[in-house]
Design a protein around this ligand. Structure first.
Ligand code: ATR
Length: 268
């Protein structure tokens, strides 16, 4: 039987997911397809009906990771705690929501040999991506500090997950002292010459991670590299969240190198 997979989001034109998953299916000789299912909010309910009838599973991306939840029949413990779903598995007509962004982020760090256990982490941003990453790191990091353009969102997230809110006046100290700085905002994605940090401000010796994968090296990462800091872009998180989703749908471990290559070929 053919494995029908897809991606729900809006808009979707630049997605690397079809190339990654089709390459993984092919490499395992599994018959299947991965389709772009561009879906405006008003058609989300209808789309999930179609998924229930016709698909083995789907990924969910911006802006629907939270909107899909009321349409599902169950949630994994991670998806429930994070409050966002990026993977839906069709279990005999029951749609179960999972979140592989959180575990995918940690796999990316581990693969790169970046230590997060016992570290002081500063997260920039307080949206869905920040929630997943904070949830993943919370049991392992020494402290997690969180800063956002709109402070109330960071305060609320800090309260909910037991993080430390960083007000504007202590941003400089937090940046300089952190061991791991993670940009989860979309700054740098829309404009490759902008950074989420004020000019010249960088950690003294920490690792800098940006979850933006296009461009592969954002201004934040360029600035950090120019200071001699270790950096990691967003591609590992993208590939690993995909690999973990693939495993949930098919019960098979995909070849991650094949997925990296397919994604990189599309980025070039
Ligand atoms: P995602 O699910 O990708 O995290 P999101 O929930 O829309 O998306 O969150 C986007 C994050 O990027 C937010 O932290 C947002 O800050 P606000 O809460 O203040 O909106 C941040 N962000 C987006 N554009 C920004 C900008 N120009 N400057 C600073 N932060 C920005």
């Amino acid at each position: 039987m053919s494995i029908r997979l897809g991606l729900i989001g809006f808009p979707l034109s630049h997605s690397l997911s079809p190339a990654m998953h089709q390459a993984a299916l092919r490499e395992l000789s599994l018959p299947g397809t991965y389709e772009l299912l561009e879906t405006p909010l008003e058609l989300l309910s209808e789309r999930l009906g179609q998924v229930r009838r016709e698909f083995c599973g789907v990924n969910v991306t911006v802006p629907h990771k939270e909107h899909v939840i009321p349409h599902l029949d169950g949630l994994s413990p991670e998806a429930r705690a994070i409050g966002a779903v990026n993977t839906v598995v069709n279990e005999s007509g029951r749609l179960i929501g999972h979140n592989t962004d959180a575990a995918g982020f940690l796999r990316g760090l581990e693969e790169a040999g970046i230590e997060y256990r016992g570290k002081r982490v500063l997260i920039l941003g307080a949206g869905g991506a920040a929630r997943g990453i904070a949830f993943a790191l919370k049991p392992h990091a020494a402290e997690i500090w969180i800063r956002n353009r709109t402070p109330i969102r960071a305060m609320e997230l800090a309260e909910e997950f037991g993080l430390m809110f960083v007000p504007e006046f202590s941003l400089e100290g937090a940046v300089r002292e952190c061991d791991l700085l993670i940009n989860t905002t979309s700054v740098g994605l829309k404009d490759p010459d902008t950074s989420p940090l004020p000019e010249g401000l960088l950690p003294q010796s920490g690792v800098v991670v940006d979850i933006v994968y296009n461009p592969p090296v954002t201004k934040l990462l360029r600035d950090a590299q120019a200071r001699g800091l270790r950096t990691l872009g967003g591609l590992p998180m993208l590939v690993w969240q995909g690999a973990l989703a693939f495993e949930l749908w098919t019960g098979r471990e995909p070849n991650v190198s094949v997925m990296y290559k397919a994604a990189r070929d599309r980025l070039d």
